[in-house]
Design a protein around this ligand. Structure first.
Ligand SMILES: [Zn+2]
Length: 351
């Protein structure tokens, strides 16, 4: 919980981003020989946006689908190395109190997450038959132990693909590997994540798999970077039914700034705020946050060019503009604080 002690420890308001792909960019830059990427580039950029807390995910790109444990470890290694070298300005944190301390020291705090767990399928087991009971157990036990030691606090079972755990929001367009939804193996992994107090994130799952997760755990779940499907009808956005259930369980929905999930024709900053308003009207402002998913960390640009410059929300430097616009649209300071960090600290604190 964010108790009074924790909130007293936070000197100023700050912004928490529930979904950041920075680790991908860090890894690509380090592969080109760059060092101290956080210290040289991202710490200043994040501070310019007022963003001092992130869920930083390890995401295995589709081209590494057949070598996912290798790519996962590479992403993890490059992130941890860079954070170590940039320790003057950034730190991995594992709970709300550590985040508050980090911020008090003027540093940026990262919660470590994984965006998809396909690496579990291929985890190297040199001596065990992969499909034996022992093999299945070791395949999730070993990576979760490794990632746990590194500070893992957040997990998505899939990205858009289907894997042996569950089906992602785009898997209807791909050949099915197993039956749709959360598999028996995926159920076991979900229970283990819950047992370890790792935030279970349903953002990339398809509707059937979200139902499976809701059946399997009765606690808080989150959707770190998804919008309202009623306002923008894409499979990656949430149905009203799932929004209501996340709210009922005390979770949080992080509103995504990816243009194609805001509005398929005319994404704007105001339309982004409409998603905040819509979700808040259904489950209350206490269950809404920001999960920006800025794609400029991935060196791709898309739909935002259709919006006027003052109506864009495409990079971290645009966040202060969002906060100003929220004020103009009638959000109080207290409500903006809830969206910015209070709700997230509450949820991360009670897992
Ligand atoms: Zn994503």
């Amino acid at each position: 919980m964010i108790d009074s002690t924790t909130s007293d420890m936070i000197p100023n308001s700050f912004v928490f981003d529930l979904h950041s792909d920075i680790a991908t960019d860090v890894s690509l830059r380090r592969a080109r020989g760059e060092r101290k990427v956080f210290q040289r580039i991202f710490c200043d950029r994040l501070r310019a946006g007022g963003v001092q807390g992130l869920i930083s995910v390890l995401w295995v790109e589709p081209q590494y689908r057949q070598r996912s444990p290798e790519r996962l470890l590479q992403l993890l290694g490059s992130l941890l190395s860079d954070v170590e070298e940039s320790s003057d300005c950034v730190q991995i944190v594992t709970d709300a109190k550590a985040l508050a301390n980090t911020i008090r020291q003027g540093k940026i705090g990262l919660f470590l997450g994984v965006e998809g767990m396909t690496f579990i399928e291929q985890w190297p087991l040199l001596e065990l038959p992969r499909e034996s009971d022992e093999g299945l157990y070791e395949r999730f036990r070993q990576p979760l132990s490794v990632l746990g030691k590194a500070g893992l606090r957040h997990a998505m079972l899939t990205w858009n693909e289907q894997n042996q755990l569950a089906s992602g929001s785009d898997s209807a367009n791909a050949p099915r590997v197993v039956a749709e939804g959360l598999t028996p193996f995926g159920r076991e992994v979900t229970r283990e994540l819950h047992r370890r107090g790792i935030a279970i994130d349903v953002s990339h799952l398809d509707d059937t798999s979200i139902d499976g997760v809701l059946e399997e755990v009765d606690g808080t779940i989150i959707a770190s970077h998804s919008n309202a499907r009623t306002l923008c009808e894409v499979p990656r956005n949430l149905s009203d039914r799932h929004i209501l259930e996340i709210g009922r369980r005390g979770g949080v929905v992080g509103i995504n700034a990816y243009a194609g999930f805001i509005d398929s024709v005319r994404p704007t900053l105001d339309r982004y705020i409409d998603h905040i308003v819509y979700v808040a009207e259904r489950i209350g402002i206490d269950h809404v946050a920001f999960g920006f998913d800025f794609t400029d960390y991935l060196e791709t640009q898309e739909l935002w060019h259709t919006a006027e410059p003052e109506q864009r929300l495409e990079r971290v430097e645009d966040v202060p503009r969002l906060l100003r616009r929220l004020t103009e649209r009638g959000f109080s300071k207290q409500e903006i604080d809830k969206l910015s960090y209070v709700n997230t600290l509450r949820v991360m604190g009670k897992l």
